[in-house]
Design a protein. Structure first.
Length: 357
């Protein structure tokens, strides 16, 4: 290579080096003020059992977004008369469910389905008893405008939040904009809800952490029934203790509430409802979509004795009942209820980070 060419190459490399250093400097400058990525803390044993949470590409979980979502979850200004928030019907001490059979709206209107628990929903795909929302963001949108719930309008909610300088600052920190809109409100709430994880029950200590003393003899027997003879594990399988399906469990011979069938119009979907998690089940009653059972004893007795196998659209997963294979004595039922109570995660129910800010 000629000397002139060597000099040209060297100069070119120097220019390229400085250009690259300048690009890095610009990138670092652009990073200043961006939201801080948030990693949902899960126990080490869970890594091999579950895939990562379902997080939309346009709504990554961040520290600032979670903090904003937590505040909005407890914000009564979302309702028309500023008396109710998401937390009104999703109470932490009750596994973020409603202890009332049916939630009561701001004008006294009463709903027709029990408010579902908000637990580990970052791993779920569809929401509400009938599956009408396909994301946590979409789920957070509806109660605000529902006429038997918060009875508000999104323009009014946005106006209230936009007029609060503290909220404007929080939206800027979380999303890089001082302009509030309904999309950002629901994104923030969804971020907070994805942090509501519960894997700290006595069942988890026994099942995954090697603590053989975590369950009593009766509870261990109940666990065996749950996993085998009682067939609970068919639909409520670990570690989430729910599946992503909508099932007809034979509650009635002819269901009055069509559930998924109302949404799809498909006859075979009539009476199908979302399979809820059994985590913290001892504190999330009453039970079933219509709150017909007040106690776990009543729920277990239904599965032991009263499943309507004549229902024409009963789920295929209820095959053991169709074949008469589920036979539970009174002692079996008592032991099964005892096991279900081991699914309570007292830390989740009292965790300060999940409470009102």
């Amino acid at each position: 290579m000629r000397p002139l060419n060597k000099i040209s190459v060297a100069l070119g490399l120097i220019v390229l080096l400085f250009a690259c250093r300048k690009d890095v400097q610009l990138d670092e400058e652009q990073l200043v003020g961006l939201p801080t990525p948030y990693s949902v803390a899960v126990p080490p044993w869970l890594d091999t059992l579950l895939l990562p949470q379902v997080v939309p590409a346009d709504n990554p979980t961040t520290v600032e977004g979670v903090a904003l979502g937590r505040r909005l979850f407890y914000e009564p200004a979302l309702s028309d008369d500023s008396t109710q928030s998401c937390s009104t019907c999703h109470v932490q001490s009750h596994g973020f469910s409603d202890p009332l059979a049916f939630s009561v709206g701001t004008n006294g209107a009463v709903g027709t389905r029990n408010a579902m628990a908000v637990i580990n929903l970052g791993w779920d795909h569809r929401f509400f008893w009938d599956g009408r929302s396909e994301s946590l963001e979409a789920q957070a949108h509806d109660p605000v405008v529902n006429q038997v719930e918060m009875r508000n309008t999104w323009p009014e909610v946005v106006a209230r939040l936009q007029s609060d300088p503290a909220y404007v600052d929080r939206f800027e920190a979380a999303f890089g904009t001082r302009t509030v809109d309904s999309t950002l409100v629901t994104r923030a709430i969804a971020q907070f809800e994805r942090t509501l994880i519960s894997f700290g029950s006595r069942f988890d200590r026994y099942e995954y952490m090697g603590d053989s003393t975590a369950l009593s003899t009766q509870e261990i027997r109940g666990r065996g029934l749950y996993m085998r003879d009682a067939k609970c594990n068919v639909c409520h399988h670990a570690p989430l203790l729910f599946d992503h399906a909508y099932r007809n469990n034979g509650l009635d011979a002819q269901p009055q509430d069509g559930g998924l069938g109302v949404l799809t119009g498909v006859p075979s979907d009539w009476g199908r409802f979302k399979v809820p998690t059994l985590r913290n089940i001892a504190v999330t009653g009453p039970y079933m979509h219509d709150s017909r059972f007040n106690t776990l004893d009543e729920v277990v007795a239904f599965y032991a004795n009263d499943v309507h196998v004549e229902n024409p659209y009963i789920d295929v997963h209820m095959g053991a009942w169709l074949l008469g294979e589920v036979v539970l004595t009174e002692q079996d039922q008592t032991d099964l209820v005892a096991f279900l109570r081991t699914l309570t995660d007292s830390t989740f129910l009292t965790e300060p980070a999940f409470a009102a800010p």
